[in-house]
Design a binder for this molecule. Structure first.
Ligand code: DLZ
Length: 363
């Protein structure tokens, strides 16, 4: 069971948000003996998850049922006993040649749901219904293959809407709902000789990237990152991971052109940046030079003054569209010769931009 991490809920906003701290919880786990070579693996995974959620082992009661068909009855009894805050049902139903599969899996699913709704105690459905055993093994591997181990947390204070991990410089970028951007130390990597000195969770830089909207997209690039706003602009920032005093990065370029939220940015092609927006438009820009060592004090390459397009930006920009539909989250990729983008209308499009005679981005 994967255990993620969310920013703490904003109590002043009146929201309701769960937590992964189970230190006060009493849990019952009911496991089907049928297919116990598989259900045992799932049970092991659940046991490992106790630790991640701070659930003391003595607060967990393990119970066995003959098969998945019997899980609901046992869950019902445990949930109705008043002794548990939550019950977990674990089973594996593999399709065979008879109709048993449909009967057992439906009985398990409906029964578990009813056990929860009739008692008001959460009963978690941990029953895998699969075509074959391989599908189970893919979801219930040994060790931590079915468990993500939580090794670090980054706090952004506000909902993080987008992330981008620079594996080379070990910086994790995040954009948040209040228009900010964060550069975090991404922590150690096994075998990485730069491991020493990396401190997972440390804020390298935090800054207001977009003061008129939310930071809707972020993409790391060599020497920094690009952020896209919910109101259309996209900015390129120089970030030096060695300047870890939290000071804001320098703005390398403003890229003004989209009129809708920039939901996706691709820097897969070193010479171009490709961005996709909520209205289905895709734009190609000349890649800004973010390598601080080239010219640390360089002024912005092109800055738009007041919402229009200045020459420097417009010249380097081309516009495409995914038939007028929202470009999906993460839905723009570009390599040396192609742009691939997909829209909310289930259409993916591929543009060839290999022919760029004067190398200025005009295709
Ligand atoms: C009988 C049966 C069959 C054929 N298949 C499964 C299965 O794939 N997974 C499972 O958990 N249980 C199976 N069972 C057993 C039934 O759940 C039940 O235990 C028996 O029918 C006895 O009531």
């Amino acid at each position: 069971m994967a255990v993620g991490s969310l920013p703490a809920p904003d109590s002043s906003a009146g929201g309701v948000c769960g937590s992964h701290n189970g230190s006060d919880l009493r849990i019952a786990i009911v496991t089907a003996r049928w297919n116990d070579h598989l259900t045992g693996r799932l049970l092991d995974g659940a046991r490992r998850a106790y630790d991640h959620c701070s659930i003391p082992h003595e607060a967990v009661t393990e119970v066995w049922a003959p098969g998945s068909f019997e899980l609901p009855l046992v869950c019902q009894q445990l949930a109705g006993s008043g002794e548990f805050d939550a019950v977990i049902a674990i089973g594996v139903v593999v399709r065979g040649e008879t109709t048993h599969y449909d009967i057992v899996s439906e009985a398990a699913a409906v029964g578990v749901r009813e056990a929860a709704s009739s008692t008001g105690v959460p009963v978690i459905f941990g029953v895998l219904t699969t075509e074959n055993e391989d599908q189970v093994l893919a979801r219930a591997g040994d060790d931590d293959t079915n468990n993500l181990e939580l090794i670090g947390e980054w706090s952004t204070g506000q909902a993080a809407l987008c992330l981008s991990l620079d594996t080379e410089s070990r910086v994790l970028y995040a954009g948040t709902a209040d228009g900010k951007a964060f550069a975090f130390d991404a922590g150690p990597v096994d075998g990485d000789e730069l491991t020493n000195g990396f401190e997972c969770g440390r804020v390298l830089s935090a800054w207001v990237a977009h003061d008129d909207g939310v930071t809707r997209s972020v993409s790391h690039a060599r020497g920094g990152c690009l952020t896209g706003s919910s109101t259309g602009p996209m900015y390129a920032w120089r970030v030096d991971r060695d300047l870890s005093d939290g000071s804001p990065p320098t703005l390398a370029r403003k890229m003004i052109g989209h009129v809708a939220a920039v939901v996706s940015i691709s820097v897969g092609n070193p010479r171009h940046v490709v961005s996709g927006a909520h209205d289905g438009t895709v734009r190609v820009w000349n890649a800004p030079d973010l390598l601080a060592e080239d010219d640390e004090d360089e002024a912005p390459i092109a800055v738009d003054g007041g919402g229009g397009l200045d020459d420097g930006v417009k010249k380097s920009e081309c516009l495409y569209a995914v038939t007028g539909h929202t470009v999906w989250l993460g839905g723009v990729q570009a390599d040396e010769t192609r742009i691939i983008c997909d829209g909310a209308n289930n259409i993916a499009m591929c543009y060839d931009f290999s022919e760029d005679p004067d190398d200025d981005g005009d295709i």
